[in-house]
Write a protein that binds this ligand. Sequence first.
Ligand SMILES: Cc1ncc(COP(=O)(O)O)c(C=O)c1O
Length: 340
Amino acid sequence: MNPLLSIDLRSDTVTRPTSGMRAAMAAAEVGDDVFGDDPTVNRLQSVVAERFGFEGALFFPTGTQSNLAALMAHCGRGDEFLVGQEAHTYKYEQGGAAVLGSIQPQPLEHEVHGGISIERIAAAIKSDDYHFARTRLLALENTIGGRVLPSDYQREATEFAHSRGLATHLDGARIFNVMVKRNVDGPTAVAGFDSVSVCLSKGLGAPAGSILLGTRTLIDAARRWRKALGGGMRQAGVLAAAGLYALEHHVQRLAEDHANAEYLAEGLRAAGLKVAPPQTNAVYIEVATSQIDGLRAHLKQRGIFASLAPRTRLMTHMDLPRAKIDRAIQAFRDYPHWPA
Ligand SMILES: Cc1ncc(COP(=O)(O)O)c(C=O)c1O
């Protein structure tokens, strides 16, 4: 189906570059970034470092690679990081830290707000005993499942980690959603973290690209790992230009995605579905297993795509204006086989 007509609720990564973004990419000045010669990549790195108040920044093709290089820069072989059971760095990156970094993950249960309680963190930190891996790092995620970590929690958790000698990493793939939702600047949104991975290819609408932020020393270590992981790109300025364009044009509009998520949630609730109240651009609905195949076919016929599961995540984004949200609500409403 024509992507201009279809309604893709699977993720906020499905957006296509706008004509303005494509023009910026076509016009990008480039060089060989492995030699540090690409002026557009260098500009993007400085812009993002400054925006979040970090000394160093490094451009990566993906958030997965940026997170992994960060974990490998913080931890060595036989070290351990504490991480949520549902965190992207633990569950959705093929265990890269263990597979490629020889770093042991210590997965922990989440609180309702998406963080990990201080008690759980405290209990998981291993003592200095050669039976144990060395606990080096606490990794959190914000937003996580569309939820924004409470700022008090963020402060307490990062302060506690530091007080126990751990470093802190944030998977901030959707940190701009946090900034818009909380109406705070970059340094406030990432306060307490020693490193942050920021994605340009989610709600911001760039075709690729993430930035890792940290001290110059951490970024130097991550740059070595990036090369080993195959992420040393050459004339990457064409991608960096998309990121710079997104930072200039697509940040404040995330508020529209948040408003559309609320609107979608209300519409689906009114249609009789069980819907969790959204905080940012992710709406979670319950779909009985027996309904999944029928509903998928019903939606597909109407040009609507959703990753249906008992707990289905629907995401709003810049390619879904309000009129498409209305069509999506109508299609859910028209499904004839909802349980009575
Ligand atoms: C929270 C989070 N972190 C990291 C990533 C990884 O990003 P990428 O797909 O660019 O590897 C994703 C991808 O959706 C994500 O949702």
